[in-house]
Ligand binder design. Structure first.
Ligand code: MN
Length: 328
C-alpha cells in the first residue's frame, strides 16, 4: 500500500456538518458502493448526507439492491451549497459531469480515489493509485477514523472490491484480506457478485453476436503489442442496459494475440459520439505492459495503467486511425 494521508480524510469527515457524496458519470459499483458506504457511516453519525451522480438519470439496475440506496437523490436535487463535498472514484472534475459546479459551493472538497491519472481537483486529495478499488481505500479511511464496518457497509464495500478486481482476478496484497473481513460480517458475496457481474438479459447474447462480428485484430499496433477492437453501435444497445454494454470489453480483452483491447461505444443519443474502453495487461514475463492511462490521457480521458477510457467523436475509421496514431 502506498503512503497515503488517511488522517487528512478523517479530519475532514469527522467535523463535517453536512455532506454531498458525488459519484462519477456512468457510475460503476466501485463509485456507487464507496459512495453509499460512506454516506451510511455519515448518516449513522447524524450528519445530513446525500449521494448523487450527474448521468444517466437512473441508477444502473444491478446496483439498486445495494444498502443505503435511499440516500441517492436526482442530480437536480443536489444542494448548491454544502459543508463538505466528497468525490469518490473520480479521476478528474470532469467525471462529475454537470455536478462539477457543486465543487464551488462546498467549504471543503475531499477527493477519495485510486486513479493513476487523478488531477487532485479537491481542496483535500486522498489518492492511492496502488489501491485496487476506491472501496478498499475507503475501508482504510474508516479504520483510521474508528468507524466500524457493519454488514450494510460491508455489502457496499464488497460491491466495489469485487467489481474493480474483476471478481478477484486483479488483486493487490490486502485485497483478499479485505474480502475476508467483509464476508465475515455475514454478507452473501456470491449473491452480490452474481447480481452485479454475472446476470444479463437474453438480449445480451444477441447484442454480443452483432458486436463481436465487428471485432478486428491488428497484431502490429503499439510496436507489436497488438490491438483488438470492436464497435457497439447505437442500434446494438436497444433493449440492453449499460451493464451489458460495459461487459463487452471483458470478452474482447481475452484475445491472446493482442495486449491492448478496445471497445468503441456509441452514444445512445448522438450518432458518431463515442465512449471508449481501453484495456491492457502485463507481459507474460511480468514486465509492465502498455500504459493505457497515458494513451487515454493523450486522447482526453484517463484511468489506470491497465484500464482506462476516453470520449471522442468521429466515424469508426477515424476513431481507429486516431487510436493507432497514439499507440505508435
Ligand atoms: Mn474504481
Amino acid at each position: 500500500m502506498g503512503e497515503v494521508d488517511l488522517a487528512a480524510a478523517v479530519k475532514v469527515l469527522e467535523t463535517a456538518q453536512s455532506v454531498t457524496v458525488l459519484c462519477h458519470v456512468q457510475p460503476d459499483a466501485d463509485t456507487i458502493g464507496s459512495g453509499l458506504a460512506l454516506a451510511q457511516v455519515l448518516r449513522r453519525r447524524g450528519v445530513p448526507v446525500c449521494v448523487s451522480f450527474a448521468e444517466p438519470a437512473e441508477i444502473p439496475v444491478s446496483m439498486r439492491s445495494l444498502p443505503g440506496i435511499e440516500l441517492v437523490v436526482p442530480a437536480d436535487r443536489v444542494p448548491a451549497e454544502v459543508d463538505v463535498l466528497v468525490a469518490v472514484d473520480c479521476g478528474s472534475a470532469g467525471r462529475l459531469g454537470s455536478l462539477r459546479d457543486r465543487l464551488d459551493g462546498a467549504r471543503v472538497s475531499l477527493v477519495l480515489d485510486h486513479h493513476r491519472s487523478n488531477t487532485r481537483f479537491g481542496t483535500v486529495n486522498v489518492i492511492d493509485e496502488s489501491a485496487e478499488s476506491t472501496a478498499g481505500l475507503l475501508a482504510r479511511v474508516l479504520d483510521a477514523w474508528g468507524e466500524p464496518i457493519d454488514r450494510p457497509i460491508a455489502h457496499c464495500l464488497f460491491a466495489g472490491l469485487v467489481t474493480d478486481t474483476g471478481s478477484f482476478k486483479w488483486t493487490r496484497p490486502g485485497s483478499h484480506t479485505l474480502a475476508e473481513r467483509l464476508l465475515a460480517t455475514g454478507i452473501d458475496g456470491a449473491a452480490i457478485t452474481r447480481t452485479l457481474m454475472d446476470t444479463h438479459p437474453f438480449g445480451f447474447l444477441t447484442m454480443l453476436s452483432r458486436v463481436l462480428a465487428t471485432a478486428r485484430l491488428n497484431p502490429t499496433a503499439a510496436a507489436g503489442a497488438g490491438l483488438v477492437y470492436a464497435f457497439v453501435r447505437r442500434d446494438d444497445t436497444i433493449g440492453v442496459r449499460s451493464e451489458e454494454v460495459e461487459s463487452v470489453i471483458d470478452v474482447v480483452r481475452t484475445t491472446a494475440e493482442a495486449e491492448i483491447a478496445c471497445v468503441f461505444k456509441e452514444s445512445r443519443a448522438t450518432t458518431n459520439l463515442w465512449t471508449v474502453s481501453l484495456r491492457s495487461r502485463a507481459h507474460p514475463d511480468g514486465t509492465p505492459g502498455v500504459d493505457v492511462a497515458a494513451i487515454a490521457a493523450a486522447l482526453g480521458g484517463g484511468g489506470h495503467r491497465y484500464a482506462a477510457g476516453y470520449t471522442t467523436a468521429g466515424t469508426p475509421d477515424e476513431l481507429v486511425t486516431a487510436l493507432l496514431a497514439e499507440l505508435g
